[in-house]
Write a protein that binds this ligand. Structure first.
Ligand code: NAP
Length: 267
């Protein structure tokens, strides 16, 4: 990528004089929804949230929504220009690797400013026993050495990576049912966060879980499982985040995005 995305126009400016800002939120996270809710308070903003369409019944945010891919970076750049988008916020999940790079490239192509809303990752505290893996494949290699009854919370998409582990019993929690290849010994729990500490404690005990596998998703909605694992003395296998594109300004919270945009109370 040659140009620095998000630096080619001043945040807070509109595409056409007299028209309000049009913010495109690349969504799929709690933070994306919170941002859309905050922007919906200010009628001078036009807000569109884009979802990939992976979840069969997504919780839709206020404002306009569109579902499905754009057809790569060029498709996204074309969409931004065709719809008069003045700001793009990449609020995709930290493990939505492809889309963050697409957004950076589309911003460079179109000149529309881009900000990445990235919640901080989790860090181990006293009493935690965490092992890090660089990928799901590495997690699958390390898992048999850590436990035999795994609570797998890495999502339904990468389940095939664990399919060869015939000796491990899995409790898989996902929003939609898994498809494709899955490990032979598994129980599926369909659920959507947030989850409470009390429920996570009960779940670990009920299924006699002895290892937790998670992505380093960050945020509070799914963090209680980490506390429950610490309390129960259960090791946690944490998949590290993938790389992010260089040169994209970042914000850690929806409030910081509002400041970047000029804030709902700027008039
Ligand atoms: P990905 O690998 O980064 O993206 C694959 C393709 O899906 C992209 O090239 C794009 O298609 C389309 N896409 C992704 N996010 C989109 C969005 N917000 N709006 C429109 N199109 C989008 O993404 P993924 O890992 O499959 O995740 C898909 C979505 O689920 C993301 O929006 C993410 O926020 C959410 N999510 C992901 C995870 C995870 O662990 N990966 C967890 C929770 C939520 P085109 O190239 O055709 O534009």
């Amino acid at each position: 990528m040659s140009a620095e995305p998000g630096r080619s126009a001043e945040p807070g400016t509109s595409a056409e004089p007299g028209s309000g800002p049009h913010v495109l939120i690349l969504g799929g996270t709690t933070e994306a929804r919170r941002l859309a809710e905050a922007l919906a308070q200010d009628s001078s903003y036009r807000v569109t949230t884009s979802l990939a369409g992976r979840v069969s019944a997504p919780v839709l945010p206020p404002g306009e929504t569109r579902i499905g891919g754009f057809g790569g970076p060029a498709g996204l750049a074309g969409w931004l220009l065709a719809h008069g988008v003045t700001h793009v916020v990449d609020a995709t999940h930290p493990f939505a690797e492809r889309m963050s790079f697409n957004a950076a490239e589309a911003a460079a192509l179109s000149g529309v400013p881009l900000l990445a809303l990235r919640r901080p990752g989790w860090t181990p505290g006293p009493g935690d026993s965490w092992t890090f893996a660089d990928s799901l494949a590495q997690a699958a290699e390390l898992l048999p050495g850590l436990g035999g009854r795994a609570f797998l919370t890495t999502g339904r998409m990468g389940l095939h990576t664990f399919a060869h582990l015939t000796d491990t019993w899995f409790l898989v929690r996902s929003v939609d049912p898994p498809d494709g290849q899955v490990p032979p010994r598994l129980e599926v729990l369909l659920a959507r966060g947030p989850f409470t500490l009390e429920d996570e404690r009960a779940l670990l005990a009920r299924h006699r879980i002895d290892v937790l596998v998670t992505k380093d998703s960050g945020g509070s909605a799914t963090a209680p499982k980490l506390t429950a694992a610490r309390e129960a003395g259960i090791p946690v296998l944490v998949v590290r985040r993938p790389a992010v594109p260089q040169g994209v300004p970042e914000a850690a919270t929806p409030s910081a995005v509002l400041r970047w945009l000029g804030g709902p109370a700027r008039h």
